[in-house]
Design a binder for this molecule. Structure first.
Ligand code: ZN
Length: 121
């Protein structure tokens, strides 16, 4: 089962073994091509029906520890922004509790996070 970190409205992100991919293109037949989030990296994943059908799994960089947790928290914020009436501040605060201290240094600024949430309302 593939894991997506995403808001409903825009750019779902695909998480494969801790690496994050963004959608590059999609064919009429439902096949989609995902590229590693790092633009300089050549890793690719092709998926169809929520399954990986082809994979170029060689990354030219190491995993950023905590990146996946940060990504999950950010998408959680956006989703709550879309689907609940909660105000922005508690949404951000609650989702940040899911981010381990060890990943705190790669979090965007609070103001950026709040803006993300507001954009999704
Ligand atoms: Zn990569």
């Amino acid at each position: 089962m593939l894991e997506f970190a995403a808001s409903q409205k825009i750019n779902r992100k695909l998480i494969v073994q801790g690496y994050i991919f963004t959608k590059h293109s999609e064919n009429n037949d439902g096949k989609s091509l995902w590229r590693c989030e790092k633009r300089t990296c050549t890793a690719r994943v092709h998926i169809k029906d929520d399954e990986i059908i082809h994979e170029v799994a060689t990354h030219n960089h190491t995993l950023t520890h905590g990146q996946v947790e940060v990504e999950r928290a950010r998408s959680g914020m956006k989703r709550r922004g879309e689907t609940t009436e909660e105000t922005t501040r508690p949404i951000v605060k609650n989702e940040l509790m899911n981010v381990p201290i060890s990943a705190a240094h790669i979090l965007p600024k609070r103001t950026t996070l709040s803006r993300d949430v507001r954009r999704h309302r």
